[in-house]
Design a protein around this ligand. Sequence first.
Ligand SMILES: *Cc1c(COP(=O)(O)O)cnc(C)c1O
Length: 379
Amino acid sequence: MIPIALPLLAEDEADAAREAVLSGWVSQGPQVAAFERDFAAMVGAPHACAVSNCTTALHLALAALDIGPGDEVITASHSFIATANCARYCGATPVFVDIDPDTYNIDPDRVAEAVTPRTRAIIAVHQMGMPCDLSALVALAERYGIALIEDAACAAGSQIRMNSDWERIGKPHGRIACFSFHPRKVITTGEGGMLTTSDAELDGKFRLLRQHGMSVPDTVRHGSPQVIFENYLTVGFNYRMTDIQAAIGRKQLAKLPDIVARRRAIACRYAELLGNIEGLSVPFEPDWARSNWQSYCVRLPTILDQKAVMQRLLDQGIATRRGIMCSHREPPYADAERRHDLRQSELAQDHSILLPIYAQMTEYDQVRVADALKREFNF
Ligand SMILES: *Cc1c(COP(=O)(O)O)cnc(C)c1O
């Protein structure tokens, strides 16, 4: 069986988890602080704050910006549902706009059309690890005085060329970037997330909100020779990462350059193997983007039945997934006001499939996937 994804976890992650367990400090503590420093250094961000997952990271991003009822947040429907849900958690309204069919990322022209006096933020997703058009989106956010939040759940290790320099996603280029360490992403801590920002005040708010609004963290009280009483300054949350997760995350982070290099080589090989199948579209990478290839998404011709193709591949031991979902087609958003055309989002969901990709994938298995897919085109 060729799985859709497989985390690259080994003895060193197991050892790190063991050490964290035996250290006696298993909740948010020194390993979390070290993981934050390592992650900030990797992406080039002044501040990084670890949390329980990317969904809670996105929630904290909006909460720290005081986004609430009556506010509108422009985002893509064509994303994992957590992107839209975080606006709803705050009582704000997600306003869905369409994607660029070549990159599956939010279309900056559609964002510009959707801005209203109520717009407070844009959540731009680096979908499947492919950087979105940050130059255009940063300019738009500045022009309208709204916050740009990057949903970088899939994009650890991806790069973008900004003003002729290659920079990592998460620097961040918007106000805040949010990452996921779920096993379907490129590096994992089981569950986990990270917020990066250049704004020290925002970083302080994340730290307060992730830990019940507590004025003095338990790590500080634990190490203090004085008795300290804490206060609870706001209604916060428990969105902490554990030290066990962070210890694993530090080992994963050290492997990230190698993992991304392998995924890029696999994506390159897929393009060679699949590029000449007439009617099949392989993914497009703009010359200013270097994806980490969290997912490898190909587009089928509309005459092929997506589900039937996926079933025949599964019958041959090859797992696939359909194209990224559209939130506006799911029950929580079915009755939401639909102001903008979402045709490209729907076409992408209905006619794309994600192929297996993971750092350990062998050339042999890639050829198996390519051959099985080719057989679908003998119509
Ligand atoms: C995976 C994902 C999330 C959610 O991340 P979790 O860590 O599982 O909460 C959010 N947005 C996008 C685009 C994702 O792919």
